[in-house]
Design a protein around this ligand. Structure first.
Ligand code: SF4
Ligand code: SF4
Length: 143
């Protein structure tokens, strides 16, 4: 789930909050009306969180696990022999897909940075780069 880190600027925090609300609203998870909560309090809104799981695109965006990453795997196409399966099969998050040219492509929205792919590539074609070195910005991570 997307989190609002204290280190984020106010503008970025507002952007995440607005986008999160929009996704919950579009999936029908955010309901408005008159609700009596378990606490006994009353509310004019209720969040049926599991409703969002019926919207795969919204779930995928809200679960942008790439935000957890501190190290980024980067594939050197020149050294990759396009074995087409080692990294994509062993990635525990299924974050590596093979394109039509048999090139592995990393889904950075969902790669958690475990570096399993770096360890298993028989050609040593994947290296670990710190996200700071890669120059990731918060806005870039939310693309
Ligand atoms: S395991 Fe290494 S050589 Fe094989 S497709 Fe992945 S990056 Fe290329
Ligand atoms: S670092 Fe881990 S999660 Fe990311 S692509 Fe490699 S194996 Fe998958």
């Amino acid at each position: 789930m997307t989190t609002l880190k204290r280190t984020l600027g106010e503008t970025a925090r507002r952007a995440v909050a607005a986008r999160t609300e929009a996704l919950f609203r579009a999936s029908g998870a955010l309901r408005e009306g008159h609700f009596t909560l378990k606490s006994g309090r009353h509310s004019d809104a209720y969040l049926e969180k599991f409703q969002v799981l019926q919207d795969p695109a919204a779930t995928s965006e809200l679960s942008n696990t790439g935000l957890w990453r501190t190290l980024r795997p980067v594939i050197d196409d020149g050294h990759c022999n396009r074995c087409s399966w080692v990294c994509s099969t062993l990635c525990p998050d299924s974050a590596i897909h093979v394109d039509a040219d048999h090139r592995p492509r990393i889904d950075y929205d969902h790669c958690k940075g475990c570096m399993v792919c770096v360890a298993v590539c028989p050609r040593h074609a994947i290296r670990a780069v710190s996200e700071r070195e890669a120059g990731r910005t918060f806005e870039g991570a939310m693309r």
